[in-house]
Structure formats: C-alpha cells, structure tokens
Design a protein around this ligand. Sequence first.
Ligand code: TYM
Length: 327
Amino acid sequence: MKRVLSGIQPSGVLTLGNYIGAIQNFVKLQHDHQCFFMVVDLHAVTVPQEPEALREQSRTVAELYLAAGIDPNKASVYLQSTVPEHAELGWLLTTLTYMGELERMTQFKDKSAGKESVGAGLFTYPSLMAADILLYNTDLVPVGDDQKQHLELTRDLAQRFNSRFGNTFTVPEPYIQEVGARIMSLDDASKKMSKSNPNAGSFITLLDPPDVIRKKISRAVTDSGREVRFDPKEKPEVSNLLSIYSHCSGLSVKEIEAKYEGQGYGPFKKDLAEQVVGVLEPLQQRFREIRESDMIFDVLKKGAAEASEVAAPILRQVKERMGFVQP
Ligand code: TYM
C-alpha cells in the first residue's frame, strides 16, 4: 500500500481553501493508502503564537480533520511535536540544505516581506517540512498548489541524501488536483484565499455560521458580465467560484456552466452559497460533537504511537548512514 502524508498548520481557523485544496483529498486517499495526517504545530511557531491560541487551534485542526471525514482507524492523526523524530531529522536535513535554496522559497519571501525581524525557523521551515515527508518514506503528498516549491526541495533533498549516503529515502510525488488546488480570495482573485488576509470577507472559514457564509458569497467580487463560464484568464473571479461550486457539489464545471446558461450571476451565487452551507453545516455539527466528547486526545495519542513506529527505524537508519555512533 502506498504511503500518504500531509499536514496543516494550526495558525488560525482553517479556510475553504484548506478544505478543497487539501482535506478533501486526505479523505479520499485514506481508503486505499496508508495515511499520516498531522497538525504541524512545530511549523506554526515559526511565526509568533500565543500559547493559549496555539493549544486551542491545534486541537481544533485535529477535530476538523475528523469532522471532515478522516477516520482515525484508517489514518494516523497526530501532532507533529509529539513525534520528536520530526525535529531531529529536520535538523539533519537542515545541514544538507543550501542557503540559496531557502532564499528562493516564495513562501519565505512572502512571510518575511516588510518584517523588521524574521525568526531563523521561518527560514529553515522547508527543511523541517522535508523531514516530515521523508521520515515515513512517503510516496504521495496531497497539497495545494502553493506547496509545490517545498515539495520540489523535498525531492532534491531526498536525492541529495541518497547519492551522498546511499539509497535511503523514497523520492515523494506531489498530489495536486487540477481544479481547486488554488482557491482564490473572494475579494481579489489574484490572491490565494488565506486566513491571514485582514479582510475577513475575503475567506470562508470552516466554522463560519451559515448566514456569514451566505453574506460572504453574495458579496464576492465578480466581473461586470453575466456569463457563468470557466475561464481563469478572462473571468478569474467567476472561475474561482465555479471551482468552489464543483468541489462542494460533486458536479463537474461543465455541468454547472450548463445549469446556469443564460441566467446571470445572481442565481448561481445563491445556489453556490447553499452548496457551501450544505457541506459545512453538517461538518460543523460533527465538529461540535467531537469537541464535546473529548475523544481527540485518545485519537492523537494513538496516531503519534503509530507514526513513531514507522518513523523511528527510518531515523535510526539515517543516523547510521551519516556516521552517528548509536550505542
Ligand atoms: P498550510 O497550513 O499553509 O496549508 C495547508 C494545506 O492547505 C492548502 N491550501 C490551499 N489549497 C487551495 N487553495 C488555497 N487557497 C489554499 N490555502 C492553503 C495548502 O497547499 C496545504 O496543502 N507547509 C505546509 C504544511 C506542512 C506540510 C508538511 C504539508 C508542513 N509539513 C508536510 C505537506 C507535507 C503549509 O504551510 O500548509
């Protein structure tokens, strides 16, 4: 069975972008792959986090995984910080990573732009992400489009290690879907939907109440035409809404275009809001039940134990190959 691994940062409430770009694929892949889905709390602290907020958000992300349909009996769900092998391999891979490679990372450039002081952890973030993936000899990494560059570096590091120390790591493949890998902001389709956008109307969170979702979608920017057509170049806003519609309804973009032919944006946006509410309302209900049951702590403990079982022997082999004495 092929191995799948991915992670999401607990640095705020998750958005519809995280759901469509990542979590929906996690749910799909769990049925016929060995899956590891993490809450990457060590990555979250590469920018300042309030301890109380980090605790709450880490728990929330894990609970949202389950509420979205990840079955902890099929996939291992855990916190990155509870499997110390991640930090250890992260350090070892940092020593193999070139400064120039890290300087080229667009996520680093975006996150550090205009900041007076930038933590060193933000810079070495991609080496830790490579460690997350390589530690399990992962075959497939389901992510959104914005993680492509990190995945390329991970592949380079795997190959670099293998050619220097002997064949050790599987070189992982990204799993990025064609439509939905980049859900854009509702107020500006040239930017990706992100929880760090100061305009809360630009993103939908998985925990937004139905009325807030309806309002955000009705206010989403569209061009001045009226044709519901998928054309990311000419009609980026409508194309983005079409991607969201397709992912929430299961209909293809072609089917949706045909459904709204000659009807304009009004009915399309109204139905879109109901499609999104139709997905998120039951998810929120399951989230509340999971929260009340306090089951997440057992799930996270079990997930960490399963992860360690795979990770520990691989790290041992890495250290052996690099020449560390292991008494
Ligand atoms: P993060 O926490 O920024 O995002 C989590 C996942 O959501 C995807 N995503 C999107 N997809 C489509 N449209 C959007 N607007 C959108 N916004 C976010 C991201 O591509 C990602 O898949 N570095 C990673 C976390 C990470 C990781 C890993 C991922 C750490 N270790 C190992 C995979 C494997 C990150 O910052 O994701």
